[in-house]
Design a protein around this ligand. Sequence first.
Ligand code: BEZ
Length: 232
Amino acid sequence: MKLGDTVPNFTFDTDLRKDQSLHSYIGDNWLMLFSHPADFTPVCTTELAELVKLAPEFSMRHVEILAISIDSSETHRAWAKDINAVVKGCLSVGHHLPFEIIADTDRSICTELGMIDPDEVNSQGICLSARAVMLFGPDRKLKSKILYPATFGRNFVEILRMVDGVQLGSKAPVATPANWTSGKNVIAQPSLSQERVVEELCGGDPDKCKIVPLPSGKRYLRVIEGDAYLKS
Ligand code: BEZ
């Protein structure tokens, strides 16, 4: 999938429910779809345990979480008990995770979305899924993507940062500099005229935009302080 592509309306089963449609699942929310190679594997178990802890953070940002792997719904349910043990029993009765896991047993969804790792093969010689993260907007279009090999565990703090940055860019014509985190200074998008920067991001006050002097003399690094632009 390329940025801007609409996710196909797959029908899928999860550990909890059968025959769901992806577009209905997204509803008016954002969706983070993340793949993992297989159930009962160590890195995946640490990742899902981390996600259990961070699930309220995604929910606050109106992001539905949906995991996917190539094992069955039954296996997913059994694995959830191990994940519950790793997060020290913080799940409610029934060991339900705060998100569902798609059972992509024929690998059709992972294959169509480009989530397969060709270098990671199971004992039957079948390729496992990679560690992909795909963030879709309420319009069901792909907004951002991370793709790691099966051997490299993801950083869920970085994934939350990605959600914050992408959601911010969907609300205001701003971009985020290197290592930005929520609430820090942002940058006016290069395509925006200076008049629009002042009007739309600085509440009409030109002093709220600091143009960094550069040897080229070009005035493209326009820093807007904090999150003032969201209040203007
Ligand atoms: C894991 O989740 O631990 C894992 C899965 C496939 C390859 C390497 C590690």
